[in-house]
Design a protein. Structure first.
Length: 201
């Protein structure tokens, strides 16, 4: 839960800032960055495990929660930045021009004007990031060795060392793993429905 609480908002914050900055670039510059992001998306995540592990081990950060939270400082995935980029590009340019005339800084324009207009995107990416962070098994398996720092997927894996016929324990673990994700998706769906009602109104 600690990893999710720290990584999810940080990831959404960084991705939204990067997407807004990308949307305000010239079309030619933005096209180059978007192309580079698409190339980065084509790189399998498993291909980055060894260099990432080497970096965190060199920094002495293995067996801590830092390697699980650090990807959020980069927006977790180029996909999130591209989604925000498309959302911010859909905002009328006249609105950004009005913000400049009102002498709003780019940061205030992002916070007070652009971000409220893309709330459904923020809700969707928040739910997606939470589920991926909550169910992440591979990264904790590589970086975390101390049992006191085990995330939920690693803790559920340790249940396999118990009696394999102890089904109540396994079912309880499955419920604990599933309920938070369902709650997040239910909250996100309510936000979408409210936004649709306001749009129709």
């Amino acid at each position: 839960m600690l990893v999710a609480v720290l990584a999810v908002p940080l990831s959404v914050l960084v991705a939204s800032l990067a997407g807004f900055a990308l949307a305000r670039l010239t079309r030619r510059t933005a096209a180059v960055v978007v192309a580079a992001s698409l190339v980065a998306l084509m790189v399998p995540a498993t291909a980055l495990l060894v260099p990432r592990f080497a970096i965190f081990r060199f920094l002495g950060l293995t067996d801590t929660l830092v390697p699980l939270i650090a990807p959020a400082l980069l927006g977790s995935s180029p996909l999130y930045v591209l989604v925000y980029y498309l959302a911010f590009r859909a905002v009328p340019t006249d609105l950004y021009d009005a913000c400049q005339l009102a002498d709003l800084s780019p940061l205030r324009t992002w916070w007070r004007v652009a971000l409220p207009l893309v709330r459904p995107v923020t809700g969707a990416l928040t739910a997606l990031t939470f589920v991926l962070t909550w169910s992440n098994f591979l990264d904790p398996l590589i970086y975390v060795y101390d049992r006191d720092l085990f995330t939920l997927p690693l803790a559920l894996r340790s249940l396999s060392l118990l009696d394999p016929t102890n089904f109540p324990v396994f079912l309880a673990g499955a419920v604990i793993a599933t309920v938070p994700a369902l709650v997040v998706f239910a909250l996100a769906q309510r936000r979408f429905l409210r936004y649709d009602d306001r749009s129709e109104g």
